[in-house]
Design a protein around this ligand. Structure first.
Ligand code: ADP
Ligand code: MG
Length: 317
């Protein structure tokens, strides 16, 4: 079973940034408003993430790290209507099978914290919330460890994951340190300020707001003007129901709008959030959950294309 866990783990946590993503999503699902991320050696030596969310009751602690245990889905019908970010119940188990994992957690009404390490639950100290401490990632799977890139590259991937999530959640404060040095710190703020902090002033001074709805679809956020685009070619953030995605259909719709209105801008920059009834979209396509499948992809493509086109047309008018 341990081998099966390790194989499954390879899918779920292919590199340190995947651990960061899963643990951050759990913190957000737990209602955290303040999240601290401490990384060492690109996350390989250590990923310690603390949140002030609702915590895990002592009796559920062993379940939290068991495979296919999730507290988030009670029925198959619910699986169709997944609103939470994580829902497969295998992230923590996968992480535990390829690292030394310690979970320290305390619910609001508990007199003290509890900790689980190696299946053993013991009393601990700590404020309400949860700390997930992942050490020596892939210590027992040397083949996977060999696939990792340099410390800076792995750290870069982790920092990008933090940025993607922080952009979508300006209502949550985040801080990120690497090898003890402060890298990023964002207080709770409005989306305008959060995006200026993350994407830079060049983007925020040359962007057009967008907010359109049609039937069950809503698209909102900002599209950048070409000048801003040139300042940062990789500022392309698309979210579906709060989840960062890099999806061919959506990327194509946005690019097509830029081409149509601005005649071929090669580097569109945007922060866009598409919200729709969760039953109309399948996010369970791949373990990394970066792609989505829409019930009516044509309608989504047209809606995004026209909404972005109209926003861009404000300038050329
Ligand atoms: P999933 O998120 O798919 O349910 P995970 O393996 O990521 O599965 O987490 C297992 C369970 O552990 C969650 O369902 C949740 O009950 C609990 N959990 C994990 N992280 C946290 C956290 N930061 N705060 C509160 N509960 C958590
Ligand atoms: Mg999860």
């Amino acid at each position: 079973d341990n081998l099966i866990s390790q194989i499954a783990a390879g899918e779920v946590v292919e590199r340190p940034s995947a651990v960061v993503k899963e643990v951050l999503e759990n913190a957000l699902d737990a209602g955290a408003s303040n999240i601290t991320i401490r990384l060492e050696e690109g996350g390989v030596k250590r990923i310690a993430i603390s949140d002030n969310g609702r915590g895990i009751p002592q009796e559920q602690l062993p379940l939290a790290v068991a495979r296919h245990a999730t507290s988030k889905i009670a029925s198959l019908t619910e699986l169709e209507n997944v609103a939470t970010l994580g829902f497969r119940g295998e992230a923590l188990a996968s992480i535990a099978s390829v690292s030394l994992l310690t979970l320290t957690t305390r619910t609001a009404d508990a007199p003290h914290a509890w900790q689980i390490e190696n299946g053993k639950v013991s009393p601990a100290s700590g404020a309400p919330g949860t700390t997930v401490d992942v050490q020596d990632l892939y210590y027992n799977t040397p083949a996977r460890r060999k696939f990792l890139k340099s410390e800076q590259t792995e750290f870069g991937h982790c920092a990008e994951v933090v940025r993607r999530i922080a952009l979508a959640r300006p209502d949550v404060s985040f801080s990120l340190t690497h090898n003890g040095k402060a890298v990023d710190h964002w207080n709770v703020s409005a989306i305008e300020k959060r995006s200026a902090q993350i994407l830079g002033d060049a983007f925020s001074s040359a962007r057009l707001p967008l907010d359109e709805s049609a039937g069950p679809l809503r698209l909102h956020g900002f599209v950048g003007l070409p000048t801003a685009s040139k300042a940062r070619a990789d500022a392309q953030f698309f979210y579906v129901n709060g989840r960062f995605v890099r999806d061919k259909l959506l990327t194509h719709a946005v690019r097509a709008a830029y081409q149509d209105v601005l005649h071929g801008d090669r580097y569109p920059s945007y922060v866009l959030a598409l919200d729709l009834n969760p039953a109309l979209v399948d996010v369970n396509v791949h373990p990394s959950k970066i792609e989505v499948r829409f019930r009516d992809s044509r309608a989504v493509h047209q809606f995004v294309f026209h909404a972005v086109s109209r926003a861009l047309a404000q300038t050329s008018a």
